[in-house]
Write a protein that binds this ligand. Structure first.
Ligand code: CTP
Length: 396
């Protein structure tokens, strides 16, 4: 999604500068056009050749380059950039940018740049907390810059505190969130459920299913990239929650219902991608009693039908989307669930189709609405997520 985007990275004199090599590499792997401008001080920490090798573009350093071609290039670079990120940003460069001082290639270019501007301060805690630096950061925010809050941790100077540049993966996520997608879901509140629920049998064991949460997590991330305000209600998974999504961890179907019940009235779109365990033990069995008494017959009760309960409470303008996992009669069974649960759309996936279902990175689904059916080919779960959101966005 960053293919052919032009990304300008400004690197200043801080030990964290070496980490920007990983960021540049991650962006290039996504087929972005990456241009790096360094301050003279930054060259003390990492050599421009590293960036030139990774990006295939000349790394620009000062405006008085002997080669005239690169003196004027900064303006065209400022014009063609889709986004600019200064990371790590030293107190010195933050001060210059906040006051319109343009005395080198980086500050000159940024002053001419109208693209979204991000800045990631990285310095000693006392410097970062200095009111002058804080004022300068507020000034940058006032002029539309987005300041990435530094992480807290062990700093190169030996102190522990705020001032650490976030890891390249986090910086990448900030760039992606800004420019990867058109914000066609801006202002929408979307709740996504994901993963498997668990029903405790006794203090040790539980009933669950094979869901890994990949589909729901892909939807939550895609909705966030498209500008929605996303809450992810998630059963236990091995996945890292996407950044900029509010994640609510839950265990049982009842926990999931309670979490949704709290926010349902304010939700514009609910997408139930979770595989809810259909049964729970009708009583919680004490492990010791069970051992003493020998065989114990487990009586099961159905868990609350979450969508079935929320569906009838749907208000005007709300969109409800469920999933169905079927091993036979896929379309008829899914359509019946669409109607029974008052859904606007159900995403049907056939567990018997290769590349579909639990644990895979791909899925084969049919999007079913009361008056329309759309069969999708084998796609990655990220692509399926966007197709589902396309359908929803077209109806919001
Ligand atoms: N679902 C739910 N509450 C449950 C079970 C399922 O809200 N207790 C949701 C699922 O998240 C999914 C949709 O209902 O979005 C269909 O789930 P599925 O398991 O296919 O259907 P069930 O209603 O559980 O019916 P059955 O298992 O009998 O096929």
């Amino acid at each position: 999604m960053l293919k052919d985007k032009t990304i300008l990275l400004g690197v200043t004199g801080s030990i964290a500068a070496y980490k920007i090599a990983s960021l540049a590499s991650m962006l290039v792997k996504q087929h972005a056009q990456v241009h790096v401008i360094m301050t003279q001080n930054a060259t003390n920490f990492i050599h421009p050749t590293t960036f030139e090798t990774l990006t295939g573009n000349k790394c620009l350093i000062d405006t008085f380059d002997r080669n005239f071609e690169f003196q004027v290039e900064h303006v065209s670079l400022a014009k063609k950039a889709d986004i600019a990120l200064v990371a790590p940003a030293s107190a010195n460069v933050i001060g210059k940018l906040a006051h319109g001082i343009a005395d080198d290639m980086l500050t000159t270019t940024l002053l001419a740049c109208k693209a979204p501007l991000l800045i990631s301060p990285a310095m000693n805690t006392n410097m970062y907390e200095n009111p002058i630096v804080q004022d300068n950061l507020r000034t940058l925010e006032k002029y539309g810059w987005k300041v990435i809050t530094p992480a807290t941790g062990y700093l190169a100077c030996g102190d522990t505190g705020a001032g650490k540049m976030p890891e390249p993966e986090t910086l990448y996520a900030h760039i992606e969130a800004e420019i990867a997608c058109e914000k066609d879901l801006a202002g929408k509140r979307i709740v996504v459920t994901a993963g498997a629920t668990q029903e405790a049998l006794d203090p040790v064991r539980y009933l669950t299913n094979h869901s890994t949460g990949k589909m729901g997590y892909a939807i939550a991330k895609a909705a966030m990239l498209r500008g929605a305000q996303v809450t992810l209600v998630s059963g236990q998974t091995a996945l890292t929650p996407p950044l900029f999504v509010q994640t609510v961890p839950i265990l049982s179907a009842q926990d999931m219902f309670d979490a949704l019940d709290d926010c349902f009235a304010q939700t514009d779109v609910l997408i139930m991608a979770a595989a809810v365990a259909d049964y729970r033990p009708s009583e919680f069995v004490d492990h010791k009693i069970k051992k003493k008494e020998g065989d114990h017959v487990l009586e099961l009760a159905r868990t609350t039908d979450i969508l079935g309960t929320l569906g009838p409470r749907k208000r005007e303008g709300q969109f409800l989307c469920g999933f169905s996992m079927e091993t036979e009669n896929l379309l008829e069974n899914s359509k019946a669930k669409l109607e029974k649960k008052h859904l606007d759309m159900i995403v049907a996936n056939n567990l018997r189709t290769e590349g579909a279902g639990f644990g895979t990175d791909t899925n084969v689904v049919t999007l079913i609405r009361s008056d329309e059916m759309k069969e999708l080919p084998l796609l990655s779960k990220d692509e399926v997520a966007h197709c589902i959101l396309d359908e929803i966005a077209a109806r919001m």
